[in-house]
Design a protein around this ligand. Structure first.
Ligand code: FES
Length: 73
C-alpha cells in the first residue's frame, strides 16, 4: 500500500490514501472506481470515500481533456 504524505489531504480515511495518490493512479491508467481501488486500495473499506474518488476521476479526466485541446486564439 502506498505511504501517505502528510502534506496532501487524505481522500480515503480507512486506508490513509491521499488525494494526490489517487490522482497519480488515475493519470497512470486507473480509469474506473474499480481500477482506482485495485491500484491504491482506496474505497474498499467503509465505502464513504467512493463519491470523492469518482469526483477525483471526473476532475482529472476534465483536466486531461482541457490540456489536450489547442489554446484559443
Ligand atoms: S474512507 Fe475510503 S473506504 Fe472508508
Amino acid at each position: 500500500m502506498p505511504s501517505h504524505s502528510p502534506l496532501t489531504p487524505l481522500i480515503c480515511l480507512c486506508f490513509k490514501i491521499s488525494e494526490a495518490e489517487v490522482q497519480t493512479a488515475i493519470r497512470s491508467g486507473a480509469r474506473s472506481l474499480k481500477a482506482i481501488k485495485k491500484k491504491t486500495g482506496a474505497g474498499d473499506g467503509c465505502t464513504a470515500c467512493r463519491p470523492l474518488l469518482e469526483e477525483c476521476l471526473i476532475r482529472v479526466r476534465q483536466e486531461e481533456k482541457e490540456a489536450a485541446q489547442p489554446p484559443l486564439r
